[in-house]
Design a protein around this ligand. Structure first.
Ligand SMILES: Nc1ncnc2c1ncn2[C@@H]1O[C@H](COP(=O)(O)OP(=O)(O)OP(=O)(O)O)[C@@H](O)[C@H]1O
Ligand SMILES: [Mg+2]
Length: 348
């Protein structure tokens, strides 16, 4: 390792709606925390970032505001996003004696406008990185899943994240067709909150809805019967109350969103050039992102569209591991990635 390389490092940044991950060249994943900031509304001061902010989630006093600076994969609060990147880069620098970052490979949704892409670049560069290399999330995901992206074989990857689901067919390092939906982890949480409110007249917080989803939720029926106690506020009395929620309730709550998701996958396959469809039927659909951990989601998709479907290894870190592979071998990947400009984007 040259002296310069020791102090000027390349990094990978997965700037997700739900989770922020950093990969440091030669080292691996060094940050994996929620994309969340706690701010004192009186002073504007940042009180905690990431895991620290999440700890405050359910018990925030009135003067503390929790900010999620990304919505559906797009930066909605530029300053806070910049602060998050700065905060974690500083933390990593202190731990690893790095003075500057030469290049950051950053994953972005496929449907960003030029202005939105520029704002990601600006946020990263103002945090002290010399150059930003934007990589479309499905490509990073496919590389992380060790799919043969550089070959002329079509691969279908469906990344179910927190804010968006990216459905893409990629080939020769580029996105051939892709679609970005706002049906993902957060939508499922909202579905569950609404269902519990309508069915049980109970208001629950998003963290509770997320727990229900992760612990007892599924896309199709499971052999095992599952239930979980959930606490919330009774609409009638305004008092705290505990109810018992069943897995079938959670599934019913999400069923409409899941149906839409599958419908969109089907449409993208139907609209794809025929020569790609053969590859997809042969190679199947790869699911990544945290949302793909929903129980039986793979089985549900497989049954509904009759294409073999499987979840990649460690789907929550797939994108950042892909970025890691890219920065570990930039000479190989940068030319391949130059293929990713201007895919055909279909947006509903
Ligand atoms: N076991 C699980 N079952 C169901 N959902 C899960 C599970 N684990 C995590 N999730 C969901 O995964 C989502 C986060 O996934 P991920 O980290 O891939 O999103 P992200 O990359 O931050 O978002 P995006 O890519 O949309 O910007 C959350 O909505 C979370 O609730
Ligand atoms: Mg993501």
């Amino acid at each position: 390792m040259g002296i310069l390389e020791r102090f000027y490092k390349n990094i990978g940044i997965d700037l997700g709606t739900a989770n922020f991950l950093l990969y440091l060249k030669g080292q691996g994943i060094v940050v994996n925390e929620p994309t969340l900031v706690a701010v004192n509304t009186r002073t504007g001061q940042i009180l905690a970032v990431g895991v620290g902010a999440k700890k405050m989630l359910d018990r925030t006093p009135a003067h503390i505001n929790l900010i999620k600076p990304l919505m559906a994969g797009v930066i909605s609060d530029f300053e806070t996003t910049e602060e998050i990147i700065k905060y974690f880069l500083r933390k990593v620098s202190e731990d690893s004696f790095i003075s500057r970052y030469k290049l950051a490979a950053v994953s972005v949704p496929t449907n960003l406008t030029e202005v939105e892409r520029k704002s990601v670049e600006d946020a990263v560069m103002s945090a002290g990185v010399s150059r930003a290399l934007l990589v479309e999330e499905p490509i990073a995901s496919a590389i992380g899943a060790r799919l043969p992206v550089e070959e002329a074989i079509a691969n279908m990857i469906v990344d179910v994240g927190g804010g968006t689901t990216e459905i893409s067919i990629i080939s020769v390092g580029g996105t051939v067709v892709s679609k970005s939906l706002k049906i993902a982890g957060q939508r499922f949480n909202e579905d569950i909150m609404r269902f519990v409110k309508d069915e049980f007249k109970l208001i629950i917080g998003e963290p509770t809805a997320e727990e229900l989803k992760i612990n007892i939720g599924s896309a199709t029926s499971l052999d095992e019967k599952m239930e979980m106690a959930a606490r919330g506020r009774d609409i009638g009395t305004g008092l705290p109350k505990e109810i018992l929620v069943r897995g079938t309730h959670v599934r019913a709550a999400m069923s409409k969103s899941l149906k839409l998701l599958v419908e969109e996958i089907k449409i993208l396959i139907e609209e794809a050039p025929p020569e790609l469809v053969g590859d997809i039927l042969r190679r199947g659909i790869h699911l990544s992102g945290g949302g793909s951990l929903l129980k039986a989601l793979d089985r549900y998709i497989e049954k509904e569209i009759s294409v073999q479907t499987e979840v990649v290894d460690d789907p929550l870190t797939c994108v950042v591991r892909g970025l890691g592979i890219i920065i570990e071998d930039l000479d190989k990947y940068e030319p391949i990635l130059s293929n990713q400009q201007k895919p055909k984007i279909i947006n509903p």
